[in-house]
Design a protein around this ligand. Structure first.
Ligand code: CTP
Ligand code: CA
Length: 229
């Protein structure tokens, strides 16, 4: 979308967005990671800035994406680093968006030196849970602050994509949850998304198939409509 065609309805609003996939070290050269490209988080940051927001973008590993104009970019690696950076950014933000793919687990004790192979099979890698950053940001939420989460769901034998999304929104306690249907080549490493925008108040808005910038616009429209900035 052309920036000059966008409303300036986020003028002066302070926004913190996380993007990309965290990497959890196994040793100095290896990590546990995920396929997040960071494109959705970057689109959210770019569109917010185009609409007048003051944006801090906390980016874990991403594809080779240009820094959106006028956005304050903070690079991180691990979930722990992303947590620190997001708590700092959220302390100054009116809207906090967790679009990053945070590793749920990390190796308990990364090796200090590169792990060498030998003539026997390696020991299993012991993992521990990472903190739930979104839940922490919700717990630390100031009055009037808006906290947004993302969920990529496939649906399974127990429940469909939307049902998983509803359960996750309740569990996390955020104000908005963007639910993306994934699998079959959708969402990850592609340009387009489709899903639902769920609010804590119970509204459920389908987001039609479109670009990540389009999804970003739909979220910012909803946030502007329901907040008094
Ligand atoms: N999230 C987070 N910290 C984590 C894991 C996830 O802040 N340790 C955030 C993500 O950035 C996203 C939301 O929580 O905004 C939902 O992430 P998701 O992986 O879908 O939820 P989980 O609670 O990890 O549940 P699961 O992976 O088991 O579906
Ligand atoms: Ca997860």
């Amino acid at each position: 979308e052309r920036a000059d065609a966008l409303p300036r309805d986020l003028e002066g609003v302070r926004v913190a967005v996380s993007a990309g996939g965290t990497r959890e070290p196994l040793d100095p050269v290896r990590y546990l990671g995920n396929r997040s490209s960071g494109r959705q988080g970057f689109a959210l940051a770019r569109v917010a800035a185009q609409r007048g927001a003051r944006v801090t973008l906390v980016a874990a590993h991403t594809a080779d994406l240009g820094t959106p104009a006028g956005v304050d970019l903070v690079r991180v690696g691990t979930a722990e680093q992303l947590r620190e950076a997001m708590h700092a950014a959220a302390a100054e933000a009116d809207v906090v968006v967790m679009a990053a793919a945070v590793a749920d687990f990390r190796p308990v004790a990364p090796a200090e030196h590169k792990i060498k192979k030998s003539d026997r099979d390696p020991d299993p890698v012991a993992l521990t849970r990472n903190p739930d950053i979104l839940a922490e940001l919700v717990a630390a939420r100031r009055p009037g602050q808006v906290v947004v989460g993302f969920a990529a769901e496939t649906g399974d034998a127990e429940a469909g994509v939307l049902e998983h999304g509803r359960a996750k929104l309740k569990r996390k306690g955020c104000d908005w949850l963007v639910v993306n249907a994934v699998g079959d080549g959708r969402a990850f490493e592609v340009e387009d998304n489709a899903g639902w925008l769920l609010s804590a108040g119970g509204s459920e808005t389908p987001i039609p198939h479109g670009s990540k910038a389009h999804l970003a616009s739909a979220l910012w429209d909803a946030v502007v409509r329901t907040s008094n900035f």
